[in-house]
Design a protein around this ligand. Sequence first.
Ligand code: SAH
Length: 235
Amino acid sequence: MTQISRLLHDIEAETRLTRTWIGKDHLDTRVMKAIGMVRRDQFVPVEAQAYAFDNGPLPIGQGQTISQPFIVALMTDLLAPEDTHVVLEIGTGSGYQAAVLSLLVSHVYTCEIIPELADAASERLHQLGYQNVTVLQADGYYGWMDHAPYDGIIVTAAAPAIPDPLLAQLKPGGRLVIPIGMPYSYQELMLIEKTREGAIEPHTVLGVSFVPLTGDLGRHLGPDGHSAARPALDE
Ligand code: SAH
């Protein structure tokens, strides 16, 4: 069995293990195919090469991590990507999630707050021939207004509340996938659907553990950790 087919097998096994929470036995076939096409070893540092095809997170420098492949697959599935979609990712990190998405949509815009990671990911994606990904070094709290609205937004760092600019930059009928919770504490992966009429419908999916969303987010939160401008998202 090749390393990639073992990884796909491990993702399928974890999908079945978590079926009670995620509500399905299988992830989308197109998503699994995209995961099978991106060489994760090209996105992790030399010292982590031996573990590149393990179904676990890995350090990528600057205190950050490349997410667990099962979580990348699940978040991509939740986004329901289509060929014509334009999507925004907050938290480029290594560029791996952006590379997976780039095989499924028309364009990926991705923001990374740490300049060294943004530069390295931009260079890596370019070198590897991913032409429909654009990296911006910026605080993703504010989204990326220039290309809004987006069919989908994926946030790969945890926030105590959904940044309001991201909701505003989501198309009606669009999907936002984001881990919500306090840093280094319990976090819940959430799928937020914006209906065609503009209503916000949150769904909790699975308990997860992400590095925190940094930047200006804290300045926009109320004392309870929720967005000062809107009520808490608890259903
Ligand atoms: N998606 C990445 C992994 C992300 S780890 C991959 O596939 O490799 C989370 C990333 O979010 C880190 O690189 C971190 O620096 C970045 N980040 C944290 N806060 C951010 C913010 N406010 N805006 C943009 N990026 C942020």
